[in-house]
Design a protein around this ligand. Structure first.
Ligand code: OGA
Ligand code: NI
Length: 337
């Protein structure tokens, strides 16, 4: 291949060898369940206890849900998707100025997942940004398209607000004080992955992202309305998360699994690709403060088998996570008591 990224404007007629999964690891798209979808929760509903109850059920049964009437303006969402699209439409020479395969960089364009560690690559390019505090990170963000910084900043502020609201609902749904999660996570980091999945000549042989769990606390995903691709594992079966207008997809990350003592699961999910259309998604990750001590909440360890996980700092967890390949065993397994 002539460039490191896939979004070079070249349309591949065959899947390059380095993207082909061994037979036993392929997506088997015909087996994906079509008769279920993750719950859609209306955050505009007046009955808060009803919302809390729906959050609890969704987190227990799926680890995933979608939210509507979430308070992020339609305009901010539309502008975010447009500028993401415009960014990946830039000439490849322009984009390559931002390329890096070093996961410790706070701003980079990259491809696949962890190019230097993985055996088989994934059919994805992504722009990864740190987003909090904005004044620290915005200066290093792309200045092309010229409106990028402004649009993405506005979007990040609104998504963060939504994240806090969700953490309150999740705390309450676990029977904890409303501000429990927020207190434990401290001054939360916020990262963004703008994912671009180009049309793929052989979607049955590869992934956009293979099955993985998110290492952070909470993920707020904006997915392309036109092109589906996200799937979650439920009861041993992959389930497509069909895009819903004006919705975000929310999922519990590894840190909330630990904090909830395993009551809520950081569920395996993956992104598949298709032959016809590029797909985009914008993932916002809320992460604990580096030195936050992640520990199963006391009230949740008093019945049954006590604390399932040992205490750890987020910094310790994160370095373990990036030292592995994405589709290995659940990283939390390494922190079990
Ligand atoms: C991720 C992720 C899914 C998607 O970025 O962690 O799971 O649909 N993305 O792009
Ligand atoms: Ni993910």
């Amino acid at each position: 291949m002539d460039t490191k990224v896939l979004s070079s404007g070249i349309r591949y007629s065959n899947l390059p060898e380095s993207y082909v999964r061994p037979e036993s690891e392929r997506p088997r798209l015909s087996e994906v369940s079509q008769c279920d979808n993750v719950p859609v929760i209306d955050l505009g509903c007046d009955d808060r206890s009803h919302i809390v109850q729906q959050v609890a059920l969704a987190c227990i049964n799926y680890g995933f849900f979608q939210v509507i009437n979430h308070g992020v303006s339609k305009e901010a969402v539309e502008r975010m998707l447009q500028v993401a699209h415009d960014f990946f439409g830039l000439p490849v020479e322009e984009k390559m100025k931002l390329y890096s395969d070093d996961p410790s960089k706070t701003m980079r364009l990259s491809t696949s997942f962890n190019v230097k560690k993985e055996k088989v690559h994934n059919w994805r390019d992504y722009l990864r940004l740190h987003c909090y505090p904005l004044h620290k990170y915005v200066p290093e963000w792309p200045s092309n398209p010229p409106s990028f910084k402004q649009i993405v900043s506005d979007y990040c502020v609104q998504v963060r607000e939504l994240g806090y609201r969700l953490q309150e609902l999740i705390s309450e749904s676990l029977g904890l004080e409303k501000d429990y999660i927020k207190k434990v996570l401290g001054e939360q980091g916020q990262h963004m992955a703008v994912n671009y999945y180009p049309p793929c000549p052989e979607p049955e042989l590869t992934y956009g992202l293979p099955g993985h769990t998110d290492p952070n606390a909470l993920t707020i995903l904006l997915q392309d309305l036109q092109v589906a691709g996200l799937q979650v594992l439920k009861d041993g079966k992959w389930l497509a998360v069909n895009p819903q207008p004006n919705a975000f997809v929310i999922n519990i990350g590894d840190q909330l699994q630990a904090l909830s003592n395993g009551t809520y699961k950081s569920v395996w999910h993956r992104a598949i690709v298709n032959t016809d259309k590029p797909r985009m998604s914008v993932a916002s990750f809320l992460c604990p403060y580096d030195h936050a001590l992640i520990s199963p909440a006391k009230p949740l360890t008093q019945h049954g088998c006590g604390a399932v996980y040992r205490d750890f700092t987020y910094a310790e967890y994160y370095s373990k996570f990036w030292g592995r390949n994405l589709d290995q065993e659940h990283c939390l397994e390494l922190f079990k008591n």
